[in-house]
Design a protein around this ligand. Structure first.
Ligand code: ADP
Ligand code: MG
Length: 233
């Protein structure tokens, strides 16, 4: 029992460290990107604008890897060790509102009448939803009508989060390889997003399930057993 407690302490320590490292890497990256942008007109004059574009693209890629791995969230308040699903869905709707408008996506959300509070850290669940939202947005990029639906509810006593898109969908082969690190069908994909999601959800004691049809869209369903549901914050 003591050993398990130590493990937990160790894990929390590592998680905190990872979040601080992400912050520490992000700041200089922003500075570098800013200066490259400033240098761009000069580079253009000597016909080397391309160098700036490649550098910015590569910096964006490092940023993407950090985003998919580590939540950019602030240090966690003790209350944030519990998660209100209604609040989480509302926060996500606000977070993606702007991007949805920019990408011309109809983003709809729904929550259960009675709030469900889970005994899991909010940051980690946010990390998962953010990775799934990113995939959904990338999958619908080429569609004429772009729709994403995000919901939380209770199904057969399991707390359930659904992220549904009407994007390109995936093949049976892709579905079999989905959670393997570095599996990606995208030109600029890291192939890390879903492996991170799976790792987090497994560790929290939940499960993640995918249903997809090529050309029609994809539904990711995350569920948590009743043992992880607490009634009040
Ligand atoms: P990446 O997004 O960097 O490619 P992920 O691990 O997030 O890596 O996803 C792995 C692969 O799973 C993607 O390359 C894509 O082929 C497929 N995929 C994931 N989500 C979706 C989705 N919503 N619609 C269609 N395909 C998806
Ligand atoms: Mg991804």
């Amino acid at each position: 029992c003591k050993l398990a407690a130590l493990d937990m302490d160790h894990r929390q320590h590592l998680e905190k460290l990872a979040v601080s490292i992400a912050h520490e890497i992000r700041n200089p990256l922003t500075t570098i990107k800013g200066f490259i942008q400033l240098l761009k007109p000069d580079l253009k004059e000597i016909g080397k604008e391309y160098y700036a574009d490649v550098m910015i693209e590569e910096l964006d890629r490092v940023n993407q890897i950090i985003n998919e791995f580590l939540n950019a969230g602030k240090p966690q308040h003790p209350l944030a060790q519990k998660t209100s699903l209604n609040k989480l869905i509302k926060d996500m709707a606000v977070l993606y509102e702007g991007e949805a408008i920019l990408r011309d996506i109809r983003l709809s959300t729904s929550t259960a009448g009675d709030d469900v509070v889970l005994n899991i850290p909010t940051n980690q669940l946010k990390q998962v939803i953010m990775n799934l939202m990113k995939n959904a947005m990338e999958a619908i990029d080429d569609q004429h009508e772009r729709e994403i639906y995000l919901s939380a509810s209770v199904q057969n006593e399991f707390a359930t989060i659904v992220i549904k898109d009407n994007g390109c969908g995936m093949s049976e082969e892709a579905m079999a390889l989905l959670y393997i690190p570095f599996f990606s069908t995208k030109e600029k994909g890291t192939g890390l997003g879903l492996s991170v999601c799976k790792e987090i959800i497994d560790r929290l004691g939940g499960s993640i399930h995918v249903d997809s049809s090529q050309g029609k869209g994809t539904i990711f369903t995350i569920s948590f057993p009743p043992t992880l549901i607490v009634n009040k914050l």
